[in-house]
Design a protein around this ligand. Structure first.
Ligand code: GTP
Length: 358
């Protein structure tokens, strides 16, 4: 089976972290995000994935190469201009044969792809959309189906009074080549607003595969932190086992350092005297907390140093940052290799470097 992974977006909502790192390489539980996805695809029998990329494409190619490390072959399609979700897949039609999978490249999920493909075949569908159940569909693409799973209607971001079902588009599809052929060539075109409504309007069999899987995207700092809290709590064991029972293995923790709650420490992390790490929290490889420094929740990428007495609460800190002694920050997002001088107090939710509004 082949899969197309949409990874061309700029990840603007995760800036400044994504100013130098494409979203697919953003670490999740200390491993580049897309590595989790490739392992998951492989487990469901995908042997070739087409990675549609644009922003920081060279970084991705350099990291993943031909995919051998993940047991599948990887092919790249580099877009000069973003072509939209469906346009990006249309551009690689020549690499596909038969039914294939499409995935938004920023989803961490355990959706049963094997079941999804079997359902698609059993229904004889032209397109099947993996549906997930959410409490509040108003920020998603709501998908109404009949009792057999056949899609009746799409309502993008329904108003509260329009909500008729809690099932929404989960960003994973199975498509037949005839459905893809309807996507216009060489123009920006989306599945959600373009191809799927068109298939319905023309009477093609479009189905929804409704389940209640683990499903999180890493699109915003809040969701990224939420995903970590869930994973550390062991809520997606088929993909990641949960926080280790002894997080300090492979690290140096002073006997007076405190590690509490669900915590993951990268290799070679150093916890100085009286420092504290309170979960849910992740420290990347080689992070260093000086005397009395506190990390209360949040995710630090690799090689971050936190000065004596500094206090970080629910922050997201890029690789190689140097936070001076006494720095205080809450819910801050700090880009890679930023230095914050001694005594720096960041406003709640600050972004460093400051991110221009788009
Ligand atoms: P934001 O800028 O924060 O919205 O991030 P994004 O554009 O990276 O993500 P978004 O949630 O908008 O898109 C969902 C997925 O589709 C992400 O994995 C994107 O990389 C991908 N994507 C969106 N637009 C395109 C596109 O034009 N081409 C390709 N190849 N992928 C796309």
């Amino acid at each position: 089976m082949k899969a197309v992974i949409l990874a061309g977006g700029e990840g603007t909502r995760l800036r400044p972290l994504t100013l130098t790192v494409p979203k697919a390489l953003v670490p999740v539980v200390n491993q580049p995000f897309l590595e989790h996805v490739l392992t998951y695809l492989r487990r469901h029998g995908v042997d070739q994935a087409v990675l549609t990329v644009s922003y920081l494409a060279d970084r991705l190619k350099e990291h993943f190469g031909a995919g051998g490390n993940h047991g599948l072959s990887l092919v790249y399609s580099v877009e000069e201009q973003p072509r939209g979700t469906a346009g990006a897949v249309r551009a690689v039609a020549g690499l596909l044969d038969g039914a294939f999978l499409v995935l938004n490249g920023d989803l961490f999920t355990d959706i049963d792809l094997t079941g999804l493909v079997a359902f698609h075949r059993q229904k004889g569908a032209a397109a099947t959309i993996a549906l997930i159940r959410v409490d509040d569909p108003t920020t998603f693409g709501m998908v109404e189906t009949d009792g057999q799973g056949r899609v009746l209607r799409f309502v993008e971001k329904p108003r509260r009074e329009q909500v008729t079902t809690h099932y929404v588009n989960g960003g994973i599809y199975v498509l037949e080549p005839e459905a893809l052929a309807l996507v216009p060539e060489s123009m920006h075109y989306m599945f959600e607003s373009g191809l799927f409504p068109r298939l319905l309007a023309e009477g093609w069999p479009v189905y929804g595969y409704a389940t209640e899987p683990f499903w999180h995207d890493i699109g915003t700092p809040e969701r990224y932190l939420q995903l970590h809290a869930e994973l550390l709590g062991g809520r997606c064991p088929s993909i990641w086992p949960g926080a280790p029972s002894d997080p300090t293995r492979g690290c140096y923790a002073d006997p007076t350092a405190v590690v509490e709650g669900q915590v993951l420490l990268g290799l070679g992390a150093v916890l100085g005297p009286e420092s504290r790490v309170l979960g849910p929290a992740v420290l990347g490889a080689g992070c260093r907390l000086e005397r009395g420094a506190v990390v209360d929740g949040g995710v630090l990428w690799s090689g971050v140093s936190v000065g004596a007495g500094a206090h970080l609460e629910r922050c997201l800190v890029g690789s190689g940052c140097r936070l001076g002694p006494g720095v205080v920050a809450e819910a801050a997002v700090i880009g890679n290799n930023v230095a914050v001088p001694e005594g720096g107090r960041l406003a709640r939710g600050a972004k460093l470097p400051v991110v221009a509004q788009t």
